[in-house]
Design a protein around this ligand. Structure first.
Ligand code: HEM
Length: 509
């Protein structure tokens, strides 16, 4: 028993002295004083990006935050973001993997959680040259348009239901359905939901896996940051293994279905699963990598778009002037006798600005994904030792009063006055990150967010629930790596187009 206590204490002391040595050797960024063993873990408030932004007010735009014994560096200005994502990009392009991320990615055999090395370069090339090409994006446009119209139809049905007349609806339900159907069709070539909204058996399993992944990902405790405590939590390891096995089983069944369909002469489809299976030999990738990539697209591409649209709609309800202006543009360009298509975007500059402004104020991943230093580097004049985790607080950067006028105001016009790129070229606006690890799905995400917002605005007028004023809309965030609205948005939708424009073609794939 005594030995059981002595060993971890000895390891802890060793680690502590190493950290002390590191702190004396390096000029680390300032930050809140860390406690022994736990560092700042108990000081960090649940909505981390807000907490880090507040600390930046006291300690400066680059801060040290200790997660147990691991140094995390958070930067909060455009100049420092550029130093991280451009000038030192090469040495800051590895990923920090939590235990759950390590398990589901088979220790980085996918793209999101892969370290920057030959495997990453190969898989990223595959994504750029094969999966996210403008040609494939265009070939899959009909899926996005069908799904967005399905959303419009179900909202319309909800409004027409006499029991629900005049009542508010939970906007998120509709957005999540679009995101779900879109991503499963894009990735697996499957629509798990029929036209009545009923999810089939495979779809239920898929949803079960997604929610279990979120559950076990969120259950991470102190041991996540203090490795020598992990022996105390053996059950978690088992949960991770079970989850990975369940996910692999479903994915392999779907992969096999596609292989059989191709053998029977179905031809290659545009879906990611078909594309990856037919490119497997050319790029020499394992089944594990295919499974990893497919799930990367699901985890990275499903919630992010729905969340962005929910935030956008909340701002449009809070700001009736902006809503009306966007609707005037839609009426002028599209009219009241047809529905919007993605090809109309170029004639709808204000709508595009609305989407951009929503992503500026509410980036769904406010701290991006964690990068890890593979060498000692200097940022903002401070040392960032090899192994540190680096975060860019893109939420804080996009609200920095030094570079944005009235930063907290939802004012899409700012982008008509000055065109600011949001795909990684302008470090003031980084909802998709920048540099080598910039989001490969950025254009797809922008198209979806713009299309969903455009359809919601063209087809309906949106107002707060009865008795609530527009400015009462709660804009608080819930904690987590992706940032949902803490209070799901409730709103009243009033149709504004002729009723035949709310019908869509029935899709049961
Ligand atoms: C509004 C929608 C989206 C936003 C705001 C967003 C944002 C981001 C951000 C901030 C990163 C991390 C960049 C970094 O670490 O430096 C990222 C990575 C990634 N995103 Fe997105 N994303 C969106 C949609 C999508 C979609 C639709 C897909 C695919 C279907 C996708 C796939 C990925 C992948 C695979 C990565 C990992 C890239 C890597 O590690 O090299 N994302 N995204």
């Amino acid at each position: 028993m005594a030995l059981l206590l002595i060993i971890p204490i000895a390891i802890a002391l060793l680690l502590l002295s190493y950290k002390l040595y590191q702190r004396l050797r390096f000029k680390l960024p300032p930050g809140p004083r860390p406690w022994p063993v736990v560092g700042n873990l108990y000081d960090i408030r649940p909505v981390r990006f807000r907490c880090f932004a507040e600390w930046a007010q006291s300690y400066g735009p680059i801060i040290s935050v200790w997660f147990g014994a691991t140094l995390n560096v958070v930067v909060s200005t455009a100049e420092l973001a550029k130093e991280v994502l451009k000038e030192n990009d090469q040495h800051l392009a590895d990923r920090h993997r939590s235990r759950s991320a390590a398990r589901v990615s088979r220790d980085g055999k996918d793209l999101i959680w892969a370290d920057y090395g030959p495997h990453y370069v190969k898989v990223r090339k595959l994504c750029t040259l094969e999966l996210f090409t403008p040609k494939r994006l265009e070939a899959m446009r009909h899926i996005r348009e069908e799904e967005v119209r399905a959303m419009v139809e179900s909202i319309f049905k909800d409004c027409a239901n006499p029991e629900k007349y005049g009542k508010s609806l939970r906007v998120r339900n509709f957005l999540e359905a679009v995101a779900f159907n879109n991503i499963t069709r894009l990735v697996f070539g499957k629509r798990f939901m029929n036209s009545e909204g009923v999810v089939n058996k495979q779809g239920k399993e898929f949803k079960g896996i997604v929610s279990n992944g979120i559950k076990i990902g969120a259950s991470l405790n102190m041991a996540e940051h203090i490795p020598w405590l992990r022996w105390m939590f053996p059950l978690e390891e088992e949960a991770f293994i079970k989850h990975g096995d369940r996910r692999d089983r479903l994915t392999k069944i779907i992969m096999e279905e596609h292989t059989q369909a191709r053998k029977q002469g179905g031809g290659t489809k545009q879906h990611f699963v078909d594309a990856l299976l037919t490119l497997q030999d050319k790029y020499d990738i394992s089944d594990d990598t295919i499974i990893g990539l497919l799930w990367d697209m699901i985890t990275a591409g499903m919630d992010t778009t729905a969340i962005s649209v929910e935030w956008g709609m909340a701002e449009l309800i809070r700001n009736p002037r902006v809503q009306q202006k966007a609707q005037e543009e839609l009426d002028r360009v599209i009219g009241l006798e047809r529905v919007l298509n993605e090809t109309d975007f170029s004639n709808l500059p204000y709508l595009q600005c609305v989407a951009k402004e929503a992503l500026r104020l509410h980036p769904p991943t406010p701290l991006m994904l964690p990068h890890r230093a593979t060498a000692d580097v200097k940022i903002g004049g401070y040392d960032i030792p090899k192994g540190s985790i680096v975060h860019v607080n893109v939420w804080a950067v996009a609200r920095d009063p030094a570079v944005w006028k009235d930063p907290n105001e939802f004012r899409p016009e700012r982008f008509l006055e000055e065109d600011v790129d949001m795909k990684g070229h302008d470090y003031r606006l980084l909802p998709f990150g920048a540099g080598r690890r910039v989001c490969p799905g950025a254009q797809l995400g922008i198209n979806l967010v713009t299309s969903m917002l455009g359809h919601l605005l063209h087809h309906f007028r949106w107002s707060p629930p009865e008795g609530m004023k527009p400015e009462d809309t709660d804009l608080a965030e819930s904690p987590g790596m992706v940032t949902y609205m803490r209070t799901p948005l409730q709103a009243i939708a009033t149709p504004r187009l002729p009723s035949h424009l709310y019908k869509r073609e029935v899709v049961d794939e």
